[in-house]
Ligand binder design. Structure first.
Ligand code: AP5
Length: 227
């Protein structure tokens, strides 16, 4: 039996690159008090620190391919085993293949835990590409400055004046490949979780606030059902 606090949430955020998973996850983390676990962020940190995992993952990430399943499964098992994730978590970017999903399900079953919901952020391709190609990050404070709707490219970070850069995998050719990889390897998870009755599709279009309202409403309903 799952003996967690009935209000605690175990959630997967699913969706293509640029759907807004990271953006919404940071808000959910704050509002619902569950740790945001992003495999992409963890991997990028390993790449920066030049760890063994980072060196293995970098070649895949730079061309928009998925990092091998076993590396990711070990990484997630280690992260979810940490005390802050004992009651709940919000997974962003995991699972991304059927094998990852199946192994994760076994992992939860062995601990008598179960997922509450899988939120699918649904966004048209045209918007995905505009969001990704407009994303710039600040080298100093890490802020995400999206220039897609700005009239001109800012010279530096609006918050700290730091240098802006684009993620290596946000280059046009790599983005196209990431979208194809999503369709081929990750999209089958939509049916996988729909079949388990866990899938909730949320319209991911509109402003960040519009999407946040829909996501919050869906999660509050979920909490209400669990409580
Ligand atoms: P990862 O970092 O997970 O990349 P991704 O899924 O491609 O995610 P993105 O960060 O591009 O999109 P997002 O949906 O989080 O959107 P965001 O909120 O940032 O993975 C990177 C790589 O790591 C993978 O390609 C793979 O190599 C490897 N990897 C990671 N996990 C793996 C796994 N499980 N297995 C194997 N390999 C793995 O938003 C994007 C931009 O849009 C931002 O600038 C944001 O400000 C803006 N934005 C967001 N919402 C809105 C909105 N509503 N309106 C306007 N702009 C918006």
């Amino acid at each position: 039996m799952d003996s967690r606090d009935p209000k605690a949430l175990m959630v997967i955020l699913l969706g293509p690159p640029g759907a807004g998973k990271g953006t919404q996850a940071r808000r959910i983390e704050e509002e619902f008090g569950v740790p945001h676990i992003s495999t992409g962020d963890i991997l990028r940190e390993h790449v920066t620190l030049e760890t063994e995992l980072g060196q293995k993952a970098q070649q895949y990430m730079e061309c928009g391919e998925l990092v091998p399943d076993q590396l990711i499964i070990d990484l997630i098992a280690d992260r979810i085993g940490q005390p802050d994730a004992a009651e709940g978590f919000l997974l962003d970017g995991f699972p991304r293949t059927t094998r990852q999903a199946v192994v994760f399900e076994e992992f939860l079953n062995n601990r008598q835990l179960k997922l509450d919901t899988v939120l699918l952020l649904d966004v048209e391709d045209e918007q995905l590409i505009a969001r990704i190609s407009g994303r710039y990050l600040c080298r100093d404070c890490g802020s995400d400055i999206n220039v897609a709707e700005l009239e001109s490219m800012p010279e530096s970070c609006a918050y700290c004046d730091g240098e802006l850069y684009q993620r290596e995998d946000d280059r046009e050719e790599t983005v196209k490949n990431r979208l194809q990889v999503y369709r081929r390897q990750t999209a089958p998870l939509v049916e996988y979780y729909r079949g388990q009755g866990l899938l909730k599709k949320v319209d991911g279009s509109g402003t960040v606030e519009d999407v946040a309202r829909r996501v919050t409403e869906t999660l509050k309903q979920e909490q209400g059902q669990e409580a």
